[in-house]
Design a protein around this ligand. Sequence first.
Ligand SMILES: [Zn+2]
Length: 83
Amino acid sequence: MEIDLRDGNVLKWLIVTMKEVTKKWIQAGKVLGEDADAKVNCPDCEKGILTVTDVVIGFAGKTDRILCCPCCSKENVITMGQA
Ligand SMILES: [Zn+2]
């Protein structure tokens, strides 16, 4: 299935059907993307404080920031541009 994000209705549908926990991960990614020292609770178990590991992708001049929960071991990665 192809999703065209220029279509406002599709975008609206995506936001409505997006799981609450996914929205929280996006929010967590936003906060930790700006401040790696921020204390953000795990969106999945809401107990653990997410840990942050930066992995530099050499060739692209980009950084992957891995968000990991020490309680339930959930992981999410946000890719960041050049600092
Ligand atoms: Zn967790």
